[in-house]
Design a protein around this ligand. Structure first.
Ligand code: DGL
Length: 357
């Protein structure tokens, strides 16, 4: 073979090899998990005046791009892109925010180029959003809600590691099919069970039935799985919900007046955050019976954090046609009732839903 032909042969060979490596490289790059971070605000996006300000700061200041840039290690875990959906403190969430966020998550989950979704969120109502999403987003892809108890400007800030953990869980195939998850303080919680039980410590988030697992140095360790219906097993679908029913919470305490319940007479349902086992003061029973007679549903939950409300124990629920919220705290019971009432007004159906979700 002449020298010229040999050179041409070799350059063609090199060209083909380069093309092969490039395409392999591209396919390898695409093999990295594709994670979308939907940012909504909260302390994880907060900023304080000094590093000593771990509790005095402004929430919802730092944009999602800066949160991502602040954790270069994310590049080793996944291809991560951010979207600033809101920039608010989570106590300011409304039903409209839940619907907007839920529809955004559902649309992303349907995209083939999305492996998992992380939602950064204020901790005050994080548990409500996580429960709402687990009830209504029909996907088994990992959806992980995360917040922080200290702003990123503070000493021993927890947001960076919480977010790193959330991305690792969202990128982990073993997190699929477990419902919406919450990663806080190295623990992986079910969005259904978890609540903020301490208002100023980094171990603020707890589930009375325990976390599902732990995330340590990017690795997930699972110890249990949810038994209640969620996501793909749910009968509710965010894409068929355009308005949530009006449901409010009346807090039970000694001396509570009828007005605390009558104020919600135009609602579809009232969550009674009762003392003890969802107890109702004798002067309030006829008030709730009257509201039930007008068509409102009465749902007995408890202001006590742990345990669950027993049906027909403190009150004859069968006789009064009332519903019990089982182990759901009042703020969670409100979410489930608001979602359930988009599909049924039947009290027996409502009670089934409270047993199953
Ligand atoms: N304002 C609270 C919120 O946005 C701050 C609490 C937090 O995010 O940790 O929920």
């Amino acid at each position: 073979m002449s020298a010229i032909r040999l050179a041409a042969h070799r350059s063609l060979h090199a060209l083909l090899l380069t093309a092969l490596l490039l395409s392999a490289g591209q396919s390898w790059a695409q093999s990295k998990p594709q994670i979308v971070i939907l940012a909504t605000g909260g302390t994880i996006a907060g900023a304080g005046a000094t590093a000593a300000n771990s509790a005095t700061y402004q929430a919802a200041k730092v944009p999602v791009e800066k949160l991502i840039a602040g954790i270069p290690e994310l590049k080793d875990v996944a291809d991560v892109r951010g979207d600033q959906v809101f920039q608010i403190a989570s106590e300011s969430f409304t039903n409209a925010h839940l619907l907007t966020l839920g529809k955004r998550v559902s649309a992303l989950a349907r995209q083939a180029d999305v492996t998992g979704i992380v939602i950064t969120h204020g901790t005050d109502t994080l548990e409500e959003t996580a429960f709402f999403l687990t009830l209504t987003v029909k996907t088994d892809k990992p959806i992980v809600v995360v917040g922080s108890m200290r702003p990123g400007t503070a000493m021993s800030a927890d947001g960076m590691l919480n977010l790193y953990n959330a991305v690792n869980v969202a990128a982990n195939p073993t997190a699929r099919g477990k419902g919406v998850l919450v990663t806080m303080n190295d623990e992986i919680h079910s969005g259904r069970d978890v609540s903020k039980t301490i208002n100023i410590k980094t171990n603020a988030f707890n589930s009375q039935w325990g976390p599902l697992g732990m995330i340590v140095e990017g690795k997930a360790y699972w110890f249990r799985a949810p038994v209640k219906r969620h996501t793909t097993q749910s009968e509710f679908d965010i894409d068929s919900i355009d308005k949530l029913a009006d449901v409010d919470i009346a807090y039970g305490y000694g001396n509570v007046p009828p007005l605390a319940y009558e104020a919600f007479a135009s609602d579809r349902a009232i969550i009674h955050a009762g003392t003890g086992n969802g107890s109702v003061a004798d002067r309030i029973v006829p008030v709730l019976q009257g509201l039930r007679a007008k068509g409102l549903h009465i749902i007995r939950s408890s202001r006590v954090g742990d345990g669950f409300v027993l049906r027909n124990s403190e009150q004859p629920d069968d006789k009064y046609d009332w519903v019990v919220a089982h182990d759901l705290r009042p703020q969670k019971a409100r979410i489930l009732a608001a979602v359930a009432l988009t599909k049924t007004s039947d009290s027996k159906e409502l009670q089934r839903i409270f047993w199953e979700y």
